[in-house]
Write a protein that binds this ligand. Structure first.
Ligand code: CA
Length: 223
């Protein structure tokens, strides 16, 4: 599982990271809410461990924006000891669980296990790109948190492009991903799917660039 820890206390985040890595998770640490939101918009995490007390945007604001953007990543909130109001507020904003500091690491591991299991049961891995999100388990797409209608082949093209942001996907690779074994899909057909995707995505600032004679590239998303 891929886990993002958002905590400005370097000692604490290093301790959490070490334990979760020993459990086989892949862990990223961000020290500020701004950077955490950016990371969550560019990459897909299975869980976020979010401290409330952060410099700049606090954990509540991070959580609020995360849910406003329609990101369904499970969030475990860390609060100061006995801060009942903080817990209630966090849950109201869409946190999935909370723990009070000081943390009991064994309990943390157990809660992380429960949360990642729950997330996995609901859906498959998610691919995100700015305001776009593909849930590969349920095969549903969301744009700015709203369901986005995609035909099966549009979905397949988009999945290829999302796997190679800022890298060129050749038409051959796209055709292989989209066509069934017996189908003979032309380069022109791919252009049609690309053009439909552009119509659906460009208003949200998502750009697919044509690399002439070769293929297509999903540009890095800039908010
Ligand atoms: Ca803190």
């Amino acid at each position: 599982m891929r886990i993002l820890i958002v905590e400005d206390d370097a000692l604490l985040s290093a301790g959490i990271a070490r334990i979760l890595e020993s459990e086989g998770h892949s862990v990223d640490v961000m020290k500020s809410g701004e950077r955490a939101l950016l990371a969550a918009s560019q990459e897909s995490f299975d869980l976020m461990i979010l401290d409330i007390g952060l410099p700049g945007l606090d954990g509540f604001e991070v959580l609020r924006r995360l849910r406003l953007q329609g990101r369904p990543v499970p969030v475990l909130v860390l609060t100061a000891r006995d801060a009942i109001d903080d817990r209630v507020h966090g849950l109201d904003l869409g946190a999935d669980d909370y723990m009070a500091k000081p943390l009991a690491m064994r309990e943390l591991v157990a809660r992380v296990r429960a949360l990642t299991r729950r997330g996995k049961a609901q859906s498959g891995p998610r691919l995100t790109h700015g305001p776009l999100e593909l849930d590969t388990g349920s095969r549903r797409a969301y744009l700015n948190g709203e369901p986005l209608e995609l035909a099966a082949r549009e979905w397949a093209v988009l999945e290829v492009l999302l796997g190679k942001v800022e890298k060129v996907a050749s038409k051959e690779v796209i055709i292989q991903a989209v066509a069934g074994w017996e189908e003979d899909l032309s380069h022109n057909a791919i252009e049609v799917y690309i053009s439909r995707l552009r119509t659906k995505l460009e208003s949200a600032g998502i750009r697919i660039r044509t690399v002439r004679g070769f293929g297509y590239m999903l540009e890095e998303f800039k908010a």
